[in-house]
Design a protein around this ligand. Structure first.
Ligand code: F6R
Length: 647
């Protein structure tokens, strides 16, 4: 949530800030702003030049800020910028960042939440400070300005002074944040800091660009230095001074951003979401090439096994239970994963909303693997839940309860990557559309890999999935990229033709059972978030226990019905809906059984265990085309952000 950028060097800062913000707009687009510091005159020998601060802010998307910049300009080679997802205070210009101190000479941008801001605000107000916004962030410039006044005592303005003031203010702030501070007195320095929110420094030639995420850095440099939790940095065109929370100077070697996957390009598609849906055959093909070795045999020795995942053998050893923590779409992938881990590998598995787990964790169980699933690797609830689990298990002396943490993510370089010792990288390439699509498929595939790897090591056992069935599943997975390609093309056309039927629809019900129940949930979530149509996903058998009262001719029902364990049951549940005049859309194979549907979105007949990888495609395309037909902003739906970095 919210994206911040900061730049210092020898080029004009504002264009670099605007470009960085453009790449971060997926994190929030309620308002945007920037502040630059321009050098006015060289100071006396040995002292820095005095400067002038320009602050521009605009409600709404970045384009509004860009227009403001084109009208007013913002000179200077040092600056900070922000794109906002509103938490405290409405999405109005007065709540847009940067926020200034009373003198208007100190500006701050922040991503996160200052949880004790009310107390700090009251304290400052009692001292006579006047607040101009409703935000939590505004306390920071006032606190830093107060601290500067206390410690300056005739000392000339310097980077060291600003750093010292910020370091003394940070312990007063409770919560998670990444922030950047500029001061009119210092055209040649800025200070950044982070605690439990991401911040990376990109190293250029005599210039530095800090940002919340890699896409903002990719066009600037490939050399990056991610800030560790609690670190503060002073940046000047000459270099970086890095300190930990205890104020000790840190030295670290920068790392390299790999590949081109950090560059976002819509190609010829109308929206990023549509492009990303079409990229799924490639996501699957890459995954198959990386993780299903040619000639692998079930139960084979290392190197010859069916699935090759880059995980230490210790991750699998002695696991008796699995718990999975995730939010939103990632949680739906986790539910499919839990089904596979239980039914294929025979391991009792529970899925938790990360936001609930943290405050009501189950009693500790022995020999438990905890998996955090987050495409962004930055979801605050998921990170906090994992950190809590790590901590409470570390306090137990019995090694059976020791923490074992695994992360599934599309961003191995994220905060998740730094928090957990083992990572499964889904390698889907950057996803810009706020609605997750190809990363969902990537997460599903990671779970197929994990469940197969566990099942293979356990020889089927209690679940009866012996080597032969595992081999059949792997063969089905190999066929997936081709099937997906045909399916995406076919349903793109079908769903585009269907979309007008939903012009006035207000409610849609999605039904699924067994391994496809989470896909019904995902279909409903996709529709809600981009088309703003109310939608619910239900286990089909549960409809008759209440929700069926909602049905009439105005409520379409999308039913996922694939041959397997619960096929007949789902068809009966669909009949029950039809008897209430519901308009029935079936996601099912073609055939006499599925003639009851008013509209069929056909999927190939595959092993039921594989089917979610296919049934999700019509769900994504139906939502996409309904939203696009309604003329909505598919890639940046209202009130949402790609990376939810507040709890
Ligand atoms: C839905 C969506 C969200 C995310 C959720 C978790 O399309 O994108 O529901 O799935 O915010 O995000 P990650 O996976 O980054 O933890």
């Amino acid at each position: 949530m919210c994206g911040i950028v900061a730049v210092i060097g020898s080029r004009e800062a504002a264009p670099l800030l605007l470009e960085g913000l453009r790449q971060l707009e997926y994190r929030g687009y309620d308002s945007a702003g920037l502040a630059t510091v321009e050098a006015l005159a060289a100071g006396p020998a040995g002292s820095p030049a005095e400067g002038r601060l320009t602050c521009l802010r605009a409600e709404g998307k970045l384009i509004n800020l860009t227009h403001r910049y084109e009208q007013h300009g913002a000179p200077g080679q040092c600056g900070i910028g922000h794109t906002r997802w509103a938490t405290h205070g409405k999405p109005e210009e007065r709540n847009a960042h940067p926020h200034l101190d009373g003198s208007g000479r100190l500006a701050v941008v922040q991503n996160g939440i200052i949880e004790n801001f009310r107390t700090l605000r009251e304290e400052l107000q009692a001292e006579g400070v006047v607040f101009r916004s409703d935000t939590d962030t505004e306390v920071i410039p006032h606190l830093v300005a107060r601290q500067l006044e206390r410690i300056q005592q005739g000392r000339p303005a310097s980077g060291a002074l600003l750093l010292e003031a910020v370091q003394q203010v940070l312990p007063l702030l409770h919560g998670a944040y990444a922030l950047a501070v500029v001061w009119a007195a210092l055209p040649g320095a800025l200070v950044v800091a982070r605690k439990a929110a991401p911040l990376l420094i990109g190293l250029g030639e005599g210039e530095f660009l800090c940002a919340s995420d890699t896409p903002a850095l990719a066009g600037f440099t490939r050399t990056i230095l991610p800030l560790e939790d609690g670190e503060v940095a002073l940046l000047t065109p000459l270099g970086i001074e890095l300190y930990n929370a205890a104020g000790e100077r840190q030295q670290r070697t920068p790392s390299l951003l790999s590949g081109t996957e950090h560059v976002a390009d819509k190609r010829s598609f109308r929206h990023f979401m549509l492009k990303e849906i079409h990229e799924q055959p490639e996501t699957a093909a890459l995954w198959v090439a990386r993780h299903l070795p040619e000639g692998g045999t079930a139960g084979g020795q290392a190197g010859a096994s069916l699935v090759a995942l880059p995980l230490d053998e210790g991750v699998y050893e002695g696991v008796e239970r699995i718990q999975i923590l995730a939010c939103g779409t990632s949680r739906h992938a986790a539910q499919v994963g839990a089904y596979l881990l239980e039914q294929l590998a025979g391991i009792p598995t529970s899925v938790f909303y990360a936001s609930e787990f943290r405050y009501a964790p189950p009693p500790l169980s022995a020999h438990t693997l905890t998996i955090g699933v987050t495409q962004s690797g930055e979801t605050a609830d998921t990170l906090a839940a994992l950190a809590m689990e790590q901590e409470r298990r570390s306090l137990v002396a019995d090694p059976a309860f020791a923490p074992r943490l695994l992360g599934i993510t599309n961003r191995p370089e994220s905060s998740l990557g730094r928090l957990v010792p083992h990572i499964l990288d889904i390698g889907a390439g950057i996803e810009v559309g706020v609605a997750a699509t190809k990363t969902f498929l990537g997460q599903l595939l990671a779970f197929y890999g994990l469940a197969l790897a566990f099942a293979e090591r356990r020889g089927g056992g209690a679940t009866g999935h012996g080597p032969e069935q595992l081999r059949r599943l792997v063969a089905a997975l190999r066929a997936l990229p081709e099937q997906l390609k045909a399916l995406v093309e076919d349903h793109d056309r079908r769903c585009a033709e269907l979309a007008h039927l939903f012009a006035d629809t207000q409610d849609v019900i999605f039904l699924g059972r067994g391994i496809n129940y989470p896909i019904a949930l995902e279909g409903a979530l996709k529709l809600k978030e981009i088309s703003y149509i109310h939608a619910e996903g239900y286990p089909a058998g549960e409809m008759k226990h209440g929700p069926i009262a909602l049905l009439d001719a105005r409520v379409p029902v999308v039913s996922i019905a694939v041959p397997g364990l619960v096929f007949d049951k789902v068809l009966s549940n669909a009949q029950e809906a039809k008897a209430r005049d519901a308009q029935l859309i079936g996601v099912a194979p073609e055939g006499p059984d599925t003639e009851l549907f008013d509209t069929l979105l056909p999927v190939p007949e595959v092993d039921e265990l594989i089917s979610p990888l296919l049934t999700v495609i019509p769900m994504q395309l139906l939502s996409y085309h309904i939203a696009a037909h309604r003329g909505l902003d598919v890639d940046q739906p209202r009130n949402l952000a790609k990376s939810v970095t507040v709890e």
